[in-house]
Design a protein around this ligand. Structure first.
Ligand code: TYM
Length: 332
């Protein structure tokens, strides 16, 4: 039977130990789409090699990221979970869309500017054309919604522009996707430099809380979080450290900002930070337990990868053969 549901697509790079930013901004929200949407969630290993990776670590993290998807509530029977490089159509469409993307557009991508500053010795062409591969990921599945954190919004906007440009030449080829950005948690900030995004590649381990950090580590990192010289627990632009902690606490407890401000009225930062650490550790404990159980079963993970790749390839092939026909390639 034809699946008439709208499509949700998202991806996470297996390029480091994932953070609570990845969790709150993206992964935690993926299962919400499972029933209403046809869902594809991809471990984007091809994106990860735009910066140098240790091969053994990349392979291990690919398994780990898939295990984490499942541990965070994505049922492989109801969602298509797979690894990007298992579906060659991503790379194939990416070449075609490269020819429909402008040099100037790619030059404006802030992530490219940031990453090329950070990896000045390796500004490779893949780092530059990375957003085209991301557009291909999304457009291959005729995606309607893309759940992401704020830092990926510019890439989805570029995806829309590429799709619209292509559709203008070849009408009705691609669905135009919408980014879905959570109201809270779309940009979790560093615990040490709260004007900077929390990033899995941060060299300062105290700045980042990992999904798999143990309870003591989580509580210690929150205790050391940078705040300010006042003592008031209040959401405000001039209190980026405290505001970030309020956001994190709100995401993990479901309490609203004003409930939190009231709860901690007249209480100090020390008490507040401990509460944030405990709430975070409590929420992550069952995810970690489930993760360990799943990761131990490599054969199971490989069966999920295989089934996911076959399902994804089926849908990807449909779009790719349409594109090939439209642009004038011979389909045999
Ligand atoms: P990646 O692997 O850097 O991050 C995965 C997801 O986590 C979100 N995120 C955050 N959200 C809130 N606060 C933070 N500090 C934070 N850090 C990361 C990201 O916004 C993202 O949603 N290019 C993508 C992967 C990708 C993709 C795609 C995503 C490839 N193809 C197609 C969607 C659709 C990336 O590097 O995400």
């Amino acid at each position: 039977m034809l699946d008439e549901r709208k499509v949700s697509f998202s991806g996470v790079q297996p390029s480091g130990n994932l953070t609570i930013g990845n969790y709150l901004g993206a992964i935690k929200n993926f299962p919400e789409f499972t029933e209403k949407y046809k869902c594809f969630y991809c471990v984007v290993d091809e994106h990860a090699i735009t910066v140098r990776q240790n091969p053994a670590e990349l392979r291990r993290r690919t398994y780990e990221t898939l295990a984490l998807y499942i541990a965070c509530g994505l049922d492989p029977e109801k969602n298509t979970l797979y690894v990007q490089s298992h579906v060659p159509a991503h790379a194939e469409l990416s070449w075609i869309l490269n020819c429909y993307t402008m040099f100037g557009e790619l030059s404006r991508m802030t992530q490219f500017k940031d990453k090329s500053a950070k990896h000045a010795d390796n500004i490779n062409a893949g780092l530059f054309t990375y957003p085209v591969l991301m557009a291909s990921d999304i457009l291959l599945y005729q995606t309607d919604v893309v759940p992401i954190g704020i830092d990926q919004k510019q890439h989805v906007e570029l995806t829309r522009n590429i799709a619209e440009r292509f559709n203008q030449v070849f009408p009705d080829t691609f669905t135009i996707p919408e980014p879905i950005i959570p109201a809270a948690g779309a940009k979790i900030m560093s615990l040490q430099e709260p004007d900077k995004k929390m990033s899995k590649s941060d060299e300062n381990e105290n700045a980042v809380v990992r999904i798999l950090d143990d309870r003591d580590t989580i509580i210690r990192k929150f205790k050391r979080a940078v705040t300010d010289s006042e003592s008031e627990i209040r959401m405000s632009d001039d209190k980026p450290g405290v505001s970030n902690l309020i956001t994190i606490y709100s995401c993990f407890t479901g309490k609203t900002v004003s409930e939190i401000e009231k709860e901690f009225e007249g209480r100090g930062y020390g008490e507040f930070k401990l509460a944030v650490g405990e709430a975070c550790a409590n929420r992550l404990a069952p995810v970690q337990e489930e993760y360990r159980r799943i990761l131990a079963d490599k054969a199971y993970l490989e069966s999920v990868m295989k089934k996911g790749a076959e399902e994804a390839a089926y849908y990807a092939r449909k779009t790719l053969s349409k594109v090939r026909r439209k642009i004038g390639f011979v389909n045999l």
